[in-house]
Write a protein that binds this ligand. Structure first.
Ligand code: HEC
Length: 107
């Protein structure tokens, strides 16, 4: 009985892992939040419910996610080109993908 139950639990876990891997082909939102809180939170509001950014010029991540045309590609461009007020980051590709996945998950 216990053997059966644990096999079942493993099967469920595997199924969940597979389906979440499919849902987020690129990047892991959870990791992205962790990186964003270290690198972006100084200027941007990074979480739902935080409706003002520390830097008044910086849009909140929720606002970014809701901006029409703010796709993965647009975010990638925003994070690989320097622009007003935003320093260039030394992010690994994976960190960048994770942050983008996180921002898009807020939509
Ligand atoms: C030193 C402050 C600062 C930090 C740190 C910072 N940002 Fe920004 N960011 C800004 C400001 C200010 C703007 C608005 C400037 C503008 O639109 O020209 C902005 C705009 C943006 C935009 C919108 C760009 C566009 O083209 O509309 C994105 C996306 C963005 N930031 C993502 C991030 C991410 C992701 C991080 C962390 C990796 C980050 N920012 C860290 C200040 C910052």
């Amino acid at each position: 009985m216990t053997k059966f139950t644990s096999c079942f639990a493993i099967a469920l876990t595997l199924a969940a892992a597979v389906s979440s891997a499919n849902a987020q082909a690129v990047g892991e939102p959870k990791e992205g939040l962790a990186v964003a809180q270290q690198v972006c939170a100084e200027c941007h509001a990074t979480v739902v419910g935080q409706d003002r950014s520390p830097n008044a010029q910086a849009p909140t991540f929720v606002k970014l996610a809701a901006t029409p045309g703010m796709t993965r590609t647009a975010l990638l461009v925003a994070l690989t080109t320097p622009h007003a007020g935003m320093p260039m980051f030394m992010l690994a590709d994976k960190q960048r993908d994770d942050i983008i996945a996180y921002i898009l998950s807020l939509h």
